[in-house]
Design a protein around this ligand. Structure first.
Ligand SMILES: [Zn+2]
Ligand SMILES: [Zn+2]
Length: 337
């Protein structure tokens, strides 16, 4: 896989309001470019010759300074070829452009389709309906349902399409599969998790999980990028690769996934860059990032005004998503959105 810093610059100019279109086009361009760069010669000691290649998207020259081979037996054969795995932007200009896009506050996720309030960004604040593929907020999920005569509906149904909820593990999986066939990236990500964590009676299957994650990522679903980042970060189903983990976390974070942003903050060695990630995540409601800023402040790494700013941003987010129904759901489920 190969990526050039122009990917961020070019794609964010296309549609600033759509996180999914940004991620989708970045993901596709990564594949486009990787198909065009061919291979490089590997010498006897497996060191790769440094060469200049031209990015097919922005036509700028980039030094290939670090590569990784796909073959495992490079020590035994001279003059083998291997595929370029990661290319690092080497110019200050390209790094600055990359950071400019990376540290933008991402576009907001869609509002709840029932109450039209801002959807909580944390997963605990919304529920996915595998019947119709809608994501509804915890308050609308918790609210009682009534039929046309005003009687309370006994069996819990989808608050959007009124189809009765799944009741068995088999039913859950079958509905996810139907939604996957319909091209629903949320269902792809959820079914991938089921394969990865052996949920609803499924046997663990890393290959199927990763295939589903990649399909969802290609459709522009930010959380799927984060799922791929987790796989590279933890080595689930593949070898640990921190560079690729960071790459996919960046795609997830730019698409608006606060947990990807939190991971990027945790991976940073520089406090100023970590703080930038945490502040963006806090503005979108991530309390883990708020705790990290509090710890940085307690340890004397960031000034008090930065911690005060983080508290203010987090409160602004809470004010935006607050509703009576959501408060009731939070009390009932013993969790806060
Ligand atoms: Zn709602
Ligand atoms: Zn439904």
């Amino acid at each position: 896989m190969f990526f050039c810093p122009c990917l961020w610059r070019r794609n964010t100019n296309t549609d600033e309001d759509s996180a999914s279109s940004i991620i989708s086009s970045i993901h596709n361009n990564v594949d486009d470019i990787s198909n065009n760069i061919g291979s490089v010669n590997i010498s006897e000691d497996s060191a790769v010759e440094i060469e200049i290649i031209q990015c097919t998207s922005c036509e700028q020259n980039i030094d290939v300074t670090s590569t990784q081979t796909s073959n495992t037996d490079t020590n035994n054969n001279n003059n083998q070829t291997g595929t370029i795995d990661i290319c690092f932007p080497t110019t200050m200009d390209s790094l600055l452009k990359h950071d400019e896009e990376l540290f933008k506050q991402p576009p907001r996720v869609e509002d709840c389709p029932i109450c039209y309030l801002r959807m909580p960004t944390l997963e605990s604040g919304s529920v996915y309906m595998s019947c119709c593929g809608k994501l509804v907020c915890s308050g609308c999920d918790f609210a009682p349902l009534f039929d046309h005569q005003g009687n309370k509906v006994a069996r819990k149904s989808c608050p959007f399409c009124r189809v009765p909820r799944s009741t068995t593990p088999h039913e859950y999986i079958e509905r996810y599969k139907i939604r996957v066939e319909a091209g629903d990236p949320i269902a792809m990500n959820k079914l991938g998790r089921c394969y990865l964590y052996e949920m609803f009676g499924l046997a663990r299957d890393y290959t199927k999980a990763l295939e589903l994650y990649h399909r969802a990522a290609e459709l522009g679903y930010a959380k799927a990028c984060t799922s791929i980042g987790h796989a590279y970060n933890t080595g689930r189903g593949m070898e640990v690769d921190n560079k690729k983990a960071r790459h996919y976390y960046e795609l997830g974070a730019m698409g608006g996934d606060v947990k990807a942003r939190w991971h990027l903050g945790a991976m940073e060695y520089r406090v100023d860059r970590a703080l930038k990630h945490y502040l963006i995540a806090v503005r979108d409601g991530d309390d883990d990032s708020l705790k990290c800023i509090k710890r940085l402040y307690s340890d004397g790494h960031v000034p008090k005004y930065e911690y005060t700013k983080a508290l203010r941003l987090h409160q602004e987010y809470l004010d935006e998503i607050k509703s009576t129904r959501r408060d009731e759901a939070a009390v009932a489920y013993h969790r806060y959105y």
